[in-house]
Each structure stands twice: as C-alpha cells, then as structure tokens.
Write a protein that binds this ligand. Structure first.
Ligand SMILES: [Zn+2]
Length: 191
C-alpha cells in the first residue's frame, strides 16, 4: 500500500521507495524498522539539486545499486515558491534578462501571460500571498532501473528520464510562471 507522500515544507527531493522489510543496507535501517513486513512503500527526504541528483546521493551513501534499482519507485524533487497575490496580480511584461535567465527566447509565446503582484493590503504590499510547489517527478522505469544497476551518472540518468517524459523542474517552473502563479525570481532564487 502506498502511503501518501508527505511533501514537507522544505526544498528537497522525496524518494518514493518500495522496500522489502529485511536485508537492507544499514543506511536504510531507520526506514526498515518502521516497516511492518512484506513489501510496502515509504518516502523520505534527501537533499539533492534535482531528481537524478538524489539517485547520485544514494550512490555516494554506498547503497548497493541493486538495492536502489529494486527499491526506488520514483523521486519527487520540489522547490517552494511564493505565490503571486491573487488580489493585486497584474500582467507583467518580462524583461529580456528574465527571459534569458529562464532559458526562453524573446519571441517565446509564454511571456504574454507573466504576472506580478503590485502590492496591496491583503499581501502586506509584498505582492505575494501563500506558496506553491515546483515539482520534478522522476518515475523509475525499467530502463531507469537498468541504468541505476550500472551506476550510470547524472547526465545519462537525466537524458533517460527526459526521454521517458519527465517534466524538469525548470519546465514545471516555466509552466507556473507562464500561468501567472509565481514569478521568475521565485524560481531562480532557489536554483
Ligand atoms: Zn496583494
């Protein structure tokens, strides 16, 4: 049974694991002791810049690759961004520097829907109210499993994940910026 992923309020990656409750490497003992038995799922947080970075971190913890390959179901990498205040949100034409920083050309069609909070009593003149998550969700497919077994590096894993259709953190951020939910600097300050 999959537990709901606890998306804690921090900027980190969440590993989603399906683990046998025995024979685990010492690094995973804390996880294993919390399991009743059989095959179950668990999630925990690990610091890494992105989803494939979290797998690289597991390599560096000397966890055998067969264990990672068999236990890991996916990785959710997350960044928190302040949400543009809905009360004072206004259209905003992004500067060339903003588009550049996001890797978007000046002719990009997404720029027309950028927004910014102008500041009001509701948001204490900050232009932001509440938070949203920016996500990168990596599924461990059969192909990914093979690559992890071979202890493939970040670049190879990243290419494979994107071929498998993973939306990168940057792409997810651009989608949310382009829909007026947050601003470029909220994404860029976290990268
Ligand atoms: Zn406001």
């Amino acid at each position: 049974m999959l537990r709901p992923i606890k998306l804690a309020l921090l900027n980190a990656a969440v590993l989603v694991l399906a683990l046998p409750a025995y024979g685990l490497h010492a690094t995973m003992d804390a996880v294993a002791t919390d399991l009743g038995g059989g095959l179950t799922a668990y999630d925990f947080t690990i610091h890494g810049n992105d989803a494939v970075g979290a797998i690289d971190t597991l390599y560096n913890l000397d966890i055998p690759t067969y264990l990672i390959a068999n236990a890991l179901v996916g990785v959710v990498s997350q960044r928190l961004a302040r949400r543009i205040c809905p009360t004072c949100s206004k259209p905003h034409a992004p500067t060339p520097a903003e588009l550049d920083a996001l890797g978007l050309g000046s002719a990009s069609s997404t720029k027309s829907s950028f927004r910014r909070g102008s500041g009001c009593a509701e948001c204490l003149a900050t232009g932001y109210r509440g938070r949203i998550g920016l996500f990168e969700v990596l599924s461990v497919t059969e192909k990914m499993r093979e690559l992890i077994l071979e202890q493939s590096g970040k670049q190879v894993l990243q290419q494979a994940a994107e071929r498998d259709g993973m939306q990168t953190l940057r792409e997810n951020a651009i989608e949310k910026i382009a829909s007026g939910a947050t601003t470029p600097e909220e994404y860029l300050k976290n990268m």
